[in-house]
Design a protein around this ligand. Structure first.
Ligand code: IPD
Ligand code: CA
Length: 266
């Protein structure tokens, strides 16, 4: 079975197991602080267990790097890493805001740039975004590309959750400059919408986002033809460690990147 099929099946199983849980009191059950540093909620635990059980069921020899469960070695003859954020947008999922997803990626080495496969599933409706290296990005069965025409409405995604006052000051011109700014609360799904051409640029400059949140989006954005850069406008890469936090910009093309960057205060 190809790795992408394994990730797709694991995500489908997450969707089946959590679709009736979002927004319920049961979803919120507190399991203490997870490996990623946030409180693990029952819905996170149910979703992670679904993936771990499935990988064990098919004897997939890998090391899992999960946001809640941490590093789990399922074999000592591992083929690579499964980078798992079983629920991205946990706050939305717990409150029942219909914008949360699962993010599963496979990497051969300890680097974002070695990701070969990624799947993001919108857990409020089961829609799936997926990519394999050099094979393009897909939304369900349709190939997707970033938006590359002059937009009718310029949609600028910006993650400002918990942003510092200094960062808000730097970003302020973007809000003033006739852009349609959006922030939905699940980075992986926002990267997927960007890859599908529904946003022109997506920015997260908070230095807070974990590798688990962006691993699948990393490949889906690149395979859809997006530019994916770090805060210094170099190609985004990072190791897969739990301490790593990144900032990034996903832009549909150089023109929109230059335009928005010129609006950010130094
Ligand atoms: C969160 C989401 C959110 C971002 C937070 C992340 P989680 O992931 O991606 O958009 O603002 O920084 O922690 O915790 O729901 O997996
Ligand atoms: Ca999560």
């Amino acid at each position: 079975m190809e790795v992408i099929e394994i990730l797709r099946e694991a995500s489908k199983r997450i969707y089946e197991n959590v679709k009736d849980l979002a927004g319920t009191e049961h979803a919120a059950g507190d399991f203490g602080i997870g490996a990623g540093g946030d409180i693990s909620r029952n819905i996170d635990i149910v979703a992670e267990k679904t993936v771990l059980d499935y990988l064990k069921e098919i004897n997939f020899e890998c090391i899992v790097l999960g946001e809640e469960c941490g590093r789990v070695e399922l074999s000592n003859n591992s083929k690579g890493y499964i980078i798992m954020d079983a629920i991205d947008g946990s706050a939305n999922a717990v409150r029942g805001v219909p914008f949360f997803c699962s993010s599963l990626a496979f990497a051969t080495e300890n680097k974002l740039s070695s990701i070969t496969d990624g799947v993001i599933t919108n857990l409020s409706n089961g829609e799936m975004y997926w990519a394999s290296k050099n094979k393009g990005s897909f939304f369900n069965d349709k190939q997707i590309k970033v938006h590359n025409k002059e937009p009718i409405y310029k949609i600028v995604g910006i993650n400002i959750s918990g942003a510092s006052a200094d960062l808000m000051k730097r970003l302020h011109p973007i809000f003033e400059n006739n852009n349609h700014t959006r922030h939905f609360g699940a980075n992986a799904l926002e990267m997927a919408l960007f890859a599908r051409g529904l946003m022109d640029i997506f920015i997260d400059l908070r230095d807070k986002i974990r590798i688990q949140d962006i691993a699948a989006g990393y490949l889906i954005v690149k395979e859809a033809g997006g530019l994916l850069l770090d805060a210094n406008l170099n190609l985004l890469d990072a190791d897969l460690s739990y301490e790593t936090r990144v900032s990034f910009i996903a832009a549909a093309n150089q023109k929109i990147l230059d335009e928005i960057m010129s609006q950010i205060n130094e």
